[in-house]
Design a protein around this ligand. Structure first.
Ligand code: HEC
Ligand code: HEC
Length: 349
């Protein structure tokens, strides 16, 4: 009798586990880097493939390139180790300080390095113009980042001083190192204009823009990090996880992006990182404010921080000032063994 009950309990418990499993957010199996999300519908997969072609399209002056531009295709910058990835190519942005003028009369804050003919407008020789360099991030898993609910981001405001980047139109900025854009469509329309001099809809159709957005949206994230309790504990006790929040659960009308765990390692909030990292104001972010950089995919990076100035994660941590200074100090105070465990953990992200 006792045994029967025990078995029944086990069956009931298993049943509940299975039920719970069915409703629980999932991590998809790990596809190859640069591959589409594994559970797309045939139509979504077709849009990914067609979008990849627009992302890789080399524009010419005849098809809308320029007159001023940084590169002739998205893929020319986002290429490492495959299309959609990071890039060696940096770019310059400038702003006048301390008024935080984004230099709109002189062509806006992103300065182009190439021209199809006319001479390039120089970075204005005003007193107080500062130049900021940006390294090119990888875009794997960005559809999942776009699908993190605003409410989940807002819930962490105030942790280590983080503040939400509410844009003038009331939307919540999350893309770009200064959290200047609320969604992929706006960021990518801006990238066509500012990086390639390609205007939508006169030089690129809205349909092709939407395909490019879907390519980025449907890029699979890097494989989920493995279990490493020791390193993870060091990440938490030094305060890294206060800003680099390990995971969120997505919500989206697109099934492949819905109720997924995204291992982003960011709160998507702005933090004051101190004078050492400060460069320009952009959007609603001040000179020393940056969106917590997602550490998702860190294992594939070779340059760190917004301008790629750090050649190792260790150096990037050491340069955390302002709201990140206490955590950086906690890292420095770890024993060699504990510090090594944390660095090994970072390399698994
Ligand atoms: C000249 C090189 C270059 C080209 C061309 C380029 N990008 Fe980028 N991309 C960058 C840099 C640099 C950043 C970081 C800018 C920032 O964070 O402020 C970036 C950032 C992004 C982001 C946001 C990443 C984040 O961290 O939030 C997306 C999305 C993106 N690019 C997509 C595209 C698409 C789509 C195209 C083609 C229309 C494109 N890029 C063309 C260099 C480039
Ligand atoms: C106060 C919030 C905060 C805390 C705490 C914090 N970080 Fe950061 N971290 C940031 C921000 C913001 C950036 C982007 C700075 C930049 O690009 O200049 C960043 C960037 C990084 C980068 C560079 C990523 C890249 O690819 O450019 C690494 C690595 C990193 N942090 C690791 C850590 C570790 C490890 C800890 C704990 C010891 C930590 N951070 C604590 C906010 C924080």
């Amino acid at each position: 009798m006792m045994r029967m009950t025990g078995r029944l309990m086990l069956v009931v418990a298993l049943f509940f586990l299975i039920m719970a499993g069915a409703a629980m957010p999932t991590t998809s199996p790990s596809p190859q880097v640069g591959a589409p999300l594994p559970d797309l519908t045939p139509n979504e997969l077709a849009r990914f493939t067609r979008g990849k072609a627009v992302f890789s399209r080399e524009f010419t002056p005849e098809t809308g390139l320029g007159p001023f531009f940084n590169n002739s295709s998205c893929a020319a910058c986002h290429e490492e180790p495959v299309v959609g990835g990071a890039g060696a190519f940096g770019e310059d942005e400038a702003g006048e300080q301390p008024t935080c003028d984004e230099l709109e009369p002189s062509g806006g804050p992103v300065f182009r390095q190439q021209s199809t003919g006319p001479s390039l407008p120089p970075i204005p020789a005003l007193a107080d113009v500062r130049v900021a360099v940006r390294s090119t991030p990888a875009l794997f898993g960005f559809g999942l980042i776009a699908a993190i609910p605003n409410s989940a981001i807002l819930a962490n405001q105030g942790r280590a001083g983080g503040r939400a980047a509410f844009l003038p139109d009331g939307k919540l900025g999350r893309f770009g190192r200064k959290a200047t854009d609320a969604d992929l469509l706006t960021f990518i329309r801006g990238a066509f204009d500012k990086e390639q001099g390609v205007l939508v809809p006169s030089e690129l159709s809205s349909a092709d823009l939407a395909l490019t957005v879907d390519f980025v949206r449907f890029l699979a994230p890097p494989p989920a990090p493995g279990v490493d309790r020791y390193g993870e504990r060091m990440f938490h006790i030094t305060g890294c996880a206060t800003c680099h929040i390990p995971a969120f659960i997505t919500r989206s009308p697109i099934e492949a992006l819905n109720r997924k765990i995204v291992y982003i390692y960011s709160d998507l909030l702005l933090h004051d990182m101190g004078e050492g990292l400060a460069d320009i104001c952009k959007g609603v972010a001040g000179r020393s404010e940056f969106r917590t950089e997602p550490l998702m995919g860190l294992r594939n990076r070779t340059r760190f921080l917004h301008d790629g100035r750090a050649l190792s994660p260790e150096s990037a941590i050491a340069q955390h000032g302002g709201q990140g200074a206490a955590s950086a100090a906690a890292f420095m105070n770890l024993s060699r063994l504990d510090r090594y465990a944390l660095l090994r953990y970072l390399k698994s992200l």
